[in-house]
Design a protein around this ligand. Structure first.
Ligand SMILES: C[S@@+](CC[C@H](N)C(=O)[O-])C[C@H]1O[C@@H](n2cnc3c(N)ncnc32)[C@H](O)[C@@H]1O
Length: 251
């Protein structure tokens, strides 16, 4: 659980309200599996007839939690596809940049589907994953359950969280959405939908400053490999083929 400094009562009250942003799930009246999912994830269930007509919503597709849309095909993120990625985690650039090892406390502040966070958790880190968008967050929380991953997934804005929490992390990790790149090939579908739904906080100056006071060892920022280094200049970088990890040593 998040530890709190008892003196700041406003912050305590605010943290208690974090994780309250729940998106409902829209289901056919006879969808037993859907209702099971709703109960498991503590989601309010609504009749599919009242589902949004112009955007993404949570639903159940062939017995799986899905992001659904009135005119697009549903997105299911299979536990199997994520597990394969996680199983290949040892020795990856992410693992090196975060110096992942058992017991290390990591805050994955821009969680997305949670795949990087789950990867660090599989390497033994104690991971908290933050995601501001309730649809993405619910998919990530479901994936964590399916994977049997112990990472804590919280629906909140990272800046608000860092402002309120008294917890200190060994590593704070940021993976902001990359700025648009006209030349890049079309990404995988789950990335295309992430791009549509995600908050595009590409300027992370403010949240970076807050993270400094909550980090014991390092802040790691994932960037496109070709992106110009941003100020502050990182202490070192771990570069891969398409992305690099900028590492800021705190102490
Ligand atoms: C590039 S994605 C992260 C992908 C992730 N590393 C993964 O493995 O799936 C960035 C995510 O950060 C979220 N985000 C952006 N600003 C945020 C903020 N201030 N607080 C929490 N989440 C935020 C976006 O909604 C988006 O889902």
């Amino acid at each position: 659980m998040t530890s709190l400094s008892g003196s700041n009562t406003d912050a305590v009250a605010e943290l208690a309200s974090i994780d309250s942003a729940r998106a409902p799930i829209f289901l056919q009246p006879n969808d037993n599996r859907g209702f099971e999912l709703a109960a498991m994830l503590d989601l309010e269930s609504n009749d599919i007839q009242s589902a949004p007509t112009d955007g993404w919503f949570l639903g159940c597709h062939h017995g799986e939690l899905a992001l659904c849309h009135s005119t697009e095909s549903s997105l299911v993120i299979s536990e199997r596809s994520v597990r394969t990625k996680i199983d290949e985690a040892r020795g990856t650039h992410l693992a090196k940049a975060c110096m992942a090892r058992p017991g290390r406390k990591v805050l994955d502040a821009f969680g997305g589907w949670g795949i990087d966070g789950f990867t660090l958790s599989a390497l033994g880190c104690e991971v908290s994953i933050l995601e501001v968008n309730p649809l993405i967050y619910t998919m990530a929380r479901h994936l964590a359950k399916e994977l049997g991953c112990e990472a804590k997934v919280v629906c909140t804005d990272a800046e608000r969280y860092l402002h309120c929490t008294a917890e200190i992390f060994d590593v704070v990790y940021f993976d902001p959405m990359f700025p648009g790149h006209p030349k890049s090939a079309k990404p995988a579908r789950r990335m295309q939908i992430l791009e549509l739904l995600a908050r595009k906080d590409t300027d992370i100056d403010q949240v970076f400053k807050l993270a400094k006071s909550r980090t014991r060892d390092r802040i790691v920022v994932k960037r496109r490999r070709t992106e110009k280094p941003k100020r502050p200049i990182p202490d070192w970088q771990v570069s891969g083929r398409a992305v690099r990890f900028d590492v800021y040593q705190i102490r």
